[in-house]
Design a protein around this ligand. Structure first.
Ligand code: NDP
Length: 283
């Protein structure tokens, strides 16, 4: 039976690290780090995410601000707000919650956030930094996944890692981070033929798809580590991952639950990224 990688406990530990650091930073540099979170419109899932992010920031003692903008705000007005925050020396991190309403070009928004305040690590400068192996802000979810892998002492050198999903925010960056640890990495996606034959090769299986129960126990190599990023609602409306948890946990050595796995780690790593952005400007 697979042991659980407890994202909630690990995220609490990361937040404690940040909480201890904030007063030290304030004493040294004369002000606290500050995170600004922008939400456009009233997407209920996004509202929960941004509230949790701001709550976490408040818990650590750093400054935080939630900026709520109407769904019909023009693209130009949103970009102007971002530019204003870019120019505000008291703001260290800017996060614009995605998805945005259809009339707003997400790429333009991401490009407008100053690279040094891009706590999400989505800016092209940070993406290039990740792929070129340079100093950069790593997207929160992939960073959280690596922290979970480290928490179980898994040495990835020479191991087979399979990432299912190739998005810019999870699949691709996590694949690069695994490559950096010398895993042999395969990225599977919607056109992959016979997904099970690919996932069964994996010593480490990262699922970032968004399809409840896509991967069942018979698709997992016995003893593999399963990291489930998926956040889905099943037929009963319950939050669940991309793994069919009941069958996968019987085969895996370690597995992350949903909820209480990768989700809390994403928020904890956002706190870390805010500190990193602060230090890049203050230190
Ligand atoms: P995207 O929708 O951007 O990407 C999904 C990926 O899954 C695509 O690459 C797609 O392939 C692939 N895919 C779709 N269907 C299949 C299939 N049947 N077999 C194999 N691959 C498939 O999603 P995200 O990366 O943004 O998010 C993935 C999941 O993770 C979602 O449930 C999301 O809610 C969750 N998430 C959770 C976070 C957390 O903090 N816990 C943070 C971010 C996301 P193709 O490219 O070919 O279309």
């Amino acid at each position: 039976m697979g042991k659980i990688i407890d994202g909630k406990a690990l995220s609490a530990a990361v937040k404690e690290e940040v909480k201890a650091q904030v007063p030290e930073l304030e004493a040294k540099y004369g002000r606290k780090p500050c995170l600004c979170v922008i939400i456009v419109g009233e997407n209920p899932a996004s509202q929960v995410y941004v509230r949790n992010k701001v709550k976490a920031a408040a818990y650590t003692g750093m400054g935080s601000e939630l900026i709520e903008l109407p769904a019909d705000i023009s693209e130009e007005a949103l970009l102007a707000k971002i530019r204003e925050l870019n120019g505000n020396p008291a703001v260290d991190g800017i996060l614009v919650q995605l998805p945005l309403p259809k009339h707003i070009d997400e790429e333009k928004v991401i490009d407008t956030i100053a690279r040094e305040k891009d706590v999400d690590g989505f800016h092209p400068g940070n993406v290039a930094g990740l792929w070129l192996g340079k100093d950069c802000i790593v997207p929160c979810t992939p960073a959280g996944i690596m922290r979970m892998i480290d928490s179980i002492g898994l040495d990835l050198k020479g191991k087979r890692a399979v990432v299912v999903g190739r998005s810019n925010i999870v699949g691709k960056p996590v694949a690069k981070l695994l490559l950096d640890r010398h895993a042999t990495v395969t990225i599977a996606h919607s056109r992959t033929v016979d997904l099970g034959s690919v996932t069964r090769e994996a010593d480490l299986l990262v699922l970032a798809v968004g399809k409840a129960g896509l991967v069942t126990g018979d698709m997992v190599k016995p003893g593999a580590v399963v990291i489930d990023v998926g956040m889905n609602r099943n037929a009963e409306g319950k939050l669940c991952g991309d793994a069919d948890y009941a069958s996968c946990e019987k085969v895996a050595s370690w597995i992350t639950p949903v909820p209480g796995g990768v989700g809390p780690m994403t928020i904890a790593m956002l706190m870390k990224n805010t500190i990193a952005c602060y230090l890049s400007r203050m230190a």
